[in-house]
Design a protein around this ligand. Structure first.
Ligand code: SF4
Length: 246
């Protein structure tokens, strides 16, 4: 049985009805079960700052501190996305968190506020985190690219590659116990794959060239458009809970 707190959190997320995995179009849904700390098996797969007077960041600068990473991101002109965004969106949260959440790129609201996952998607993410006893300030949230792609298009491969040094530096500094990869762009970029998200969700992965487990889940924006997939997201949250408490 779910505890009253879990029931409250699930209701806040929007999960009110459980459907069989096979009946969900995108992938699957499973009836909820209480949170447990049994670890899942891991399958190894392969604030607005504007400094126009500063010179562009050089690629050979060492990104071994948060100051270096954040300063370099703010000065970065390594791809064309810098010319379209209002401001850089490096990421927010606990820089020593066990959980790192990685989305795809800043959208309109994120570009304006300078913070990832705000607006309706961010509110849903906050509720999802609350369901496993976490607040936004207790995790670190960032994106694959730190500048908003114009018209919310997918970031191009060269843009992802150009920004990857910042993401990898952030991962190296945080050393998270687990990464939650939110959405297709994030999963494909992190795992270097083109498999559908619905397939990637089915198992655990490992960040290439590291020992860090990666849990793929749907982006909150997708969950807002497809409420039936929230049951799957609950399964992903339970997996995260087990890893974080193992
Ligand atoms: Fe630099 Fe990343 Fe922004 Fe491109 S998206 S300009 S690589 S910070």
């Amino acid at each position: 049985m779910l505890s009253p707190r879990q029931q409250h959190c699930l209701k806040a997320i929007g999960i009110r009805r459980w459907v069989e995995r096979a009946s969900v179009t995108e992938s699957a849904a499973i009836a909820p079960a209480p949170l447990t700390t049994e670890s899942p098996a891991i399958v190894t797969a392969s604030p607005a700052i504007e400094e126009p007077a500063l010179p562009p960041a050089t690629l050979d600068i060492s990104l071994d501190s948060w100051d270096a990473v954040n300063h370099s991101i703010q000065r970065c002109e390594a791809c064309q996305l810098t010319s379209n965004c209002t401001q850089k969106v490096p990421g927010v949260g606990d820089q020593k968190s066990d959980l790192m959440i990685i989305g795809e790129g800043p959208g309109h609201d994120e570009d304006i506020k300078g913070e990832p996952f705000v607006g309706r998607s961010g509110q849903l993410l906050d509720k999802m985190l609350a369901a496993i006893g976490l607040s936004r300030s207790q995790v670190f949230i960032t994106n694959i690219v730190k500048c908003r792609p114009p018209n919310n298009r997918d970031p191009h491969v060269d843009e992802v590659q150009a920004c990857n040094r910042f993401l990898r530096a952030q991962i190296d500094l945080i050393k998270p116990k687990v990464i939650l990869s939110s959405g297709r762009i994030s999963a494909h970029s992190l795992l270097n794959t083109t498999q559908p998200v619905g397939r990637l969700i089915e198992t655990m992965h490992q960040l290439p060239d590291s020992q860090i487990p990666v849990k793929v889940t749907y982006h909150p924006a997708y969950l807002l458009r497809n409420p039936s997939a929230k049951a799957i997201a609950w399964q992903d949250l339970k997996t995260l809970y087990r890893i974080l408490h193992s």
